[in-house]
Design a protein around this ligand. Structure first.
Ligand code: COA
Ligand code: AMP
Length: 631
């Protein structure tokens, strides 16, 4: 089979193509209808089908004689624990925990927030929700209580499942205390909080609304409930341009089809393979390729509670590959840059036998050519940058290695994946010439697995994704196609910034910075960073008459963003300027300021109000050594 004709089939006859692919799954009721438009403006896939994601991930394998295969390897260099959990044992834990949830009154359609570190109990909680039709919403553990509170108020969960602590750089992150703070801030009241206690002397369970995770394991066990394919499996919040995150809804049947399809045709993995997505359960990569896809396909997945470096060194990934015979690794380019920085000659890599590794997939941010070339040479295996986002739930561009092993190209994210009819459009919605950069959009309907709606927010769904180019989904990224058809994704067109593969809102940081009494106005933008891809920079204008020390203001703002969003935002720099560059109509020229900091070429916009301010900004950045241009 060749990629071009397989891809074309998926575009020419979407309905038959995906109905055929849906047969990769065991359905309780096989769907007859491929897709219909839903009332939110999105697409519902397989509306008459019924299935249960947990059943597909666990029961199916146990029933087919694979119960003693390893489902999860929990490898935790921060605690020194390595634990292997079979499919049978995982099914047992999940069925019991699901019964415990049901005993608390949690059932079909109820929402549950999961705020946990990288431990197997997080996966147990997710699958238990899926088993009984509760909708989970996992919140990344690196987010501060304010972020958790916003998600509690939007998702309105009946319960929160958390843990006593996580471990970051030898320090305990006390999740229970963070949940307490978030619950004080949130308006919505939950019924119960459930904590997995990692040690006997952990923070005490202090009220009758706080329960021990283990105590839920004694309520019998519960079977998987067949659910409509359109039933929401989860809500995953992601950053947009405003301070309020948007809840991406994921269905069950379309998602399961897309994941089974990805494992076969994109990643080319089979039952029994050890597949490792070194991400976090709080991100979409964690949901799709650490939890659901590998389990759906009967692979072994790795829950790694550590970093690519410092746990204990830059050989950590290679150690895991050797020890657990990983065949496919998926990580973010930032992780590779961190390894490259500490072990440039790959001396640590040479210490390990990584012969099991067939390929490396990268996503989360663009893989810069220098990193691509370094890791390709050191691994001497295919390195595949592929592109997707929380909204899609699975790759949109990449190399479909299970179809045809086309050569990856440095700096490119590959070719459109089956089902994605991708266009590069200009401002008027007309396709640009080959080689020109434009808005990346996907012709509707989106394939299975993609978001059918935003949680309780049709207005934002239509406005943010569907209105700019009627008939297309706007991805928020820009890019171009080269003469051979490779797509290059070059960056965001909005105020979303990408720090270490973490998607964050510059707009939210701007709202926080602007909330300080001394600040008259400000701009926060993502500037280039050698390790993290991007980092935030705030330029601030003080109110008239305010005489404040730049260092003091910066320290206060750094603390504010840490407290409200979290340390992962890596907000470290704020500089005072006399005014911000604007167009005559008052629009702040963030792109121009970013180009000055990055040292990239730019044209002074003809609409600029006062060009002389650009020189002042360059001087301030130079004095403060902020931005790659001034390092
Ligand atoms: N919970 C709490 N805090 C967290 C956290 C978590 N899950 N993850 C990160 N943090 C904190 C860190 O402790 C650090 O705090 P500090 O400012 O007090 O030192 C801060 O957030 C920044 O963390 P990080 O960006 O992870 O920096 P680092 O120096 O610890 O590690 C890398 C650098 C490159 C090794 C790390 O960013 C990394 O592994 N990146 C790859 C990320 C990835 O896989 N993204 C893919 C998403 S698909
Ligand atoms: P998230 O929703 O957190 O997965 O972030 C998605 C965003 O990350 C995309 O819209 C892109 O801006 C960026 N991104 C992810 N993968 C890639 C990639 N391979 N190349 C370029 N950008 C990427």
């Amino acid at each position: 089979m060749d990629y071009a004709s397989f891809y074309q089939q998926s575009i020419d006859d979407k309905a038959s193509f995906w109905k055929e692919q849906s047969r990769l799954l065991k359905w309780d009721t096989q769907p007859q209808i491929a897709f219909v438009e839903n009332k939110h403006g999105g697409t519902d896939w397989f509306p008459d089908g019924k299935l249960n994601m947990c059943d597909l991930c666990l029961d199916t394998h146990v029933l087919s004689g694979h119960g003693l295969d390893i489902a999860i390897i929990y490898d935790s260099p921060v605690t020194g624990v390595i634990e292997k959990i079979t499919y049978k044992a995982l099914l047992d834990q999940v069925s019991k925990f699901a019964a415990g949830l049901r005993n608390l009154g949690i059932g079909h359609g109820d929402t549950v927030i999961i705020y946990m570190p990288m431990i197997p109990q997080a996966v147990v909680a997710m699958l238990a929700c899926a088993r009984i039709g509760a909708i989970h919403s996992v919140v990344f553990g690196g987010f501060a209580p304010h972020e958790l509170a916003m998600r509690i108020d939007d998702a309105k969960p009946k319960i929160i499942i958390s843990a006593s602590y996580g471990i970051e750089q030898d320090q305990k992150i006390h999740y229970k205390r963070l949940v307490d703070v978030a619950l004080k801030e949130a308006k919505h009241k939950t019924l119960y909080q459930i904590y997995y206690r990692r040690q006997d002397n952990d923070d005490a369970i202090s009220s009758r609304f706080e329960l021990d995770f283990e105590s839920l394991m004694h309520c019998g066990s519960v079977g998987a409930r067949a659910l409509p394919a359109t039933h929401p499996l989860y809500i995953l919040y992601t950053s947009g341009t405003t301070g309020t995150p948007k809840g991406v809804v994921r269905d069950t049947g379309g998602y399961a089809t897309a994941l089974a399809f990805s494992m076969k045709y994109i990643y080319n993995v089979k039952q029994g393979d050890v597949y490792w997505a070194a991400s976090d359960i709080g991100w979409v990569v964690g949901h799709s390729f650490m939890v659901y896809a590998p389990l759906l396909c009967g692979c072994t997945t790795i829950i790694y509670e550590g970093k690519p470096v410092r746990t204990p060194d830059a050989g950590a990934f290679w150690r895991v590959i050797e020890q657990h015979k990983v065949s496919t690794l998926f990580t973010a380019p930032t992780a590779i840059r961190a390894i490259k920085k500490e072990d440039h000659e790959a001396a640590l890599l040479a210490k390990y036998d990584i012969s099991s590794l067939r390929q490396l997939f990268l996503a989360g941010e663009r893989c810069d050519p220098a990193t691509f070339e370094w890791i390709s040479e050191k691994l001497n295996r295919p390195v595949i940058d592929h592109w997707w986002q929380t909204e899609s739930g699975w790759p949109m561009l990449g190399i479909m290695t299970g179809v045809e092993s086309l050569a990856p190209r440095s700096g490119a994210a590959g070719f459109p994946v089956c089902g994605y009819n991708i266009a590069v459009l200009n401002e008027e919605g007309v396709p640009v010439k080959q080689g020109d950069e434009g808005y990346i959009a996907v012709k509707l309907p989106l394939p299975p697995g993609c978001l059918p709606q935003l949680w309780n927010n049709d207005y934002r769904f239509r406005k943010g994704y569907l209105e700019k180019f009627p008939g297309y989904y706007l991805t928020g990224d820009s890019g171009f196609v080269d003469k051979d058809g490779y797509y290059f994704i070059m960056g965001r067109i909005d105020d979303v910034i990408n720090v270490s593969g973490h998607r964050l809102s510059a707009g939210e940081m701007e709202e926080l910075v602007a909330s300080r009494p001394a600040v008259a106005e400000c701009a926060v933008m993502g500037i280039a960073d050698e390790l993290r891809g991007q980092r935030p920079l705030a330029l601030i204008v003080l109110k008239d008459g305010v005489l404040a020390d730049e260092g003091d203001i910066e320290a206060a703002l750094v603390q504010l963003v840490r407290d409200k969003i979290g340390a992962v935002a890596f907000f470290k720099s704020a500089a005072i300027v006399s005014r911000l560059p604007k167009t005559r109509s008052g629009k702040i020229l963030r792109k121009t300021m970013r180009a000055i900091a990055d040292g990239s070429e730019f044209k002074v916009p003809s609409t600029i109000d006062d060009p002389s301010i650009l020189d002042e900004i360059a001087d301030v950045l130079k004095r403060r050594k902020l931005g790659m241009a001034f390092q």
